[in-house]
Design a protein around this ligand. Structure first.
Ligand SMILES: Nc1ncnc2c1ncn2[C@@H]1O[C@H](COP(=O)(O)OP(=O)(O)OP(=O)(O)O)[C@@H](O)[C@H]1O
Ligand SMILES: [Mg+2]
Length: 424
């Protein structure tokens, strides 16, 4: 690992003191500018190399006296998660400054939240980085508010996409996706975005009495053109913390999503919304697969019918195949009264070889009220049994899926161990 350079820098109103600086920059023009600025500040001893945040993340031992670290986030698929990971590794007194191509205030805020001192969007002129470094050092000297604070333990920053998927049509997928989005936003006091990925026949916008928009299809075609302004215009506000977007393409307007369209789109929208709840269509296998691939959590809703169980089995397999890292939650539908079903909960659990996470009760009156008012069911009938049943599911969602994946791994080892004992 390269060692940091020691130098002297003048901090306004203070005597000169020793400063060490390191930078990883991939863009050659920016590399030249950062080198020039750090050269002046560190008297030629800054350690500037071609690279990105990946190179910084690969460093296992940091110089304890490192004052300034500049990292290029331009190629990072998940800049905030990478920034958070880096901030937990770097020494507490080190001021980390990010640079990147995204000019987005939401990204800036997220980076500050995870403990970055500042962020500059490229291109920037010579001298800008020098002033940014001086400001960061001044703030640190004063013990100021912008001083990097590692993320409070337990506070999540990772983008999360919950894909809500019905094993069959009409099982309450849209109603449940909207209810979860609304409850989640209120619970975590964070903006949640609902997206209806059924571009032709989706009913999410209709259910919320919002305008469908044409731009969703264009955005899926060209996700690189999505910026903060686009998201602001397209995501319609429905509540204090609830936003929604959906389209209403003409029935004869064909649309074939290009590879990774949905995941590119979701990544772009996650710059503004950490939490996205996606209403996943059953009729479009391409989009369905793409959204599942990008999901961190999947909620599969199954009705208590033979075709429902058959399709839940097939979709469960598909989720395991295309999204092995995602947390899969299973719920039974409330749209059809389970008391009149030939298939029982135990039959579903036996067939799918797992427990049901949530039994959504039937509440036709509340569902009807939600439709009539064009609002999420939990806002219209707060005391509905549906709301009560969804609460534990929400608590599960509020936890990181990573811990579940780790636990799943541990359980399967124990299960295999037990099986081994039984065989003996
Ligand atoms: N828990 C529930 N209790 C009673 N009725 C419900 C419940 N959830 C949904 N419904 C009703 O069931 C019908 C279908 O709901 P919804 O549109 O949410 O299903 P969907 O699975 O999204 O349908 P589609 O396959 O058409 O997208 C609606 O009339 C809705 O009001
Ligand atoms: Mg629906």
């Amino acid at each position: 690992m390269a060692s940091s350079a020691q130098a002297k820098v003048a901090v306004a109103g203070e005597p000169r003191r020793s400063v060490s600086a390191m930078a990883f920059v991939s863009d050659s023009t920016t590399l030249g500018r950062v080198s020039a600025d750090l050269f002046n500040l560190t008297m030629g001893k800054a350690n500037v190399s071609e690279g990105s945040i990946d190179n910084a993340l690969a460093i296992s031992e940091w110089p304890r006296n490192l004052d300034i670290l500049i990292v290029d986030l331009a190629d990072s698929a998940d800049p905030v998660a990478d920034a958070a990971a880096l901030r937990t590794a770097t020494p507490a007194g080190c001021m980390v400054i990010g640079i990147g191509r995204i000019n987005d205030v939401a990204l800036y805020r997220d980076l500050i939240t995870v403990g970055f001192a500042d962020y500059l969007a490229m291109p920037f002129a010579e001298g800008v980085m020098g002033r940014t470094v001086e400001r960061a050092l001044e703030v640190r000297e004063r013990g100021g508010a912008v001083a990097p604070q590692p993320q409070a333990p337990g506070k999540e920053t990772k983008p999360r996409t919950l894909a809500v998927l019905g094993a069959r049509g009409g099982v309450g997928t849209t109603t449940t996706a909207v209810a979860i989005g609304s409850m989640l936003g209120s619970a975590i006091r964070e903006d949640v975005l609902l997206i209806d990925f059924d571009l032709h026949y989706g009913t999410l916008m209709l259910a919320l009495d919002l305008e469908a928009i044409d731009a969703l299809r264009e955005a899926l075609d060209q996700p690189d053109r999505i910026d903060t302004l686009f998201i602001q215009q397209v995501a319609q506000k429905k509540g204090d913390h609830l936003y929604a977007m959906g389209a209403e393409e003409a029935p004869n307007a064909g649309f074939q999503a290009r590879p990774h369209a949905a995941s590119d789109f979701l990544r772009a929208v996650h710059r503004r919304f950490r939490w996205i709840v996606a209403d996943v269509p059953r009729g479009d296998p391409v989009i369905q697969r793409q959204v599942l691939e990008a999901a961190t959590d999947v909620l599969l809703i199954v009705d208590l019918t033979l075709p429902g169980v058959r399709d839940a089995l097939r979709l469960q397999q598909m989720v395991h195949d295309v999204a092995p890292g995602a947390r899969l939650l299973l719920a039974t539908s409330g749209a059809i009264d389970s008391r009149r079903s030939a298939v029982k909960i135990a039959d579903v659990e036996r067939s799918l070889k797992r427990k049901i996470d949530c039994q959504i009760p039937s509440d036709p009156a509340a569902a009807l009220q939600a439709v009539n008012f064009g609002k999420p069911l939990p806002e219209v009938v707060q005391g509905s049994a549906v709301v009560k049943a969804l609460r534990p599911l929400l608590a599960t969602l509020d936890k990181s899926p990573d811990s579940d994946v780790a636990r799943k791994g541990a359980t399967s080892v124990i299960a295999r161990f037990r099986q081994g004992l039984r065989k003996k």
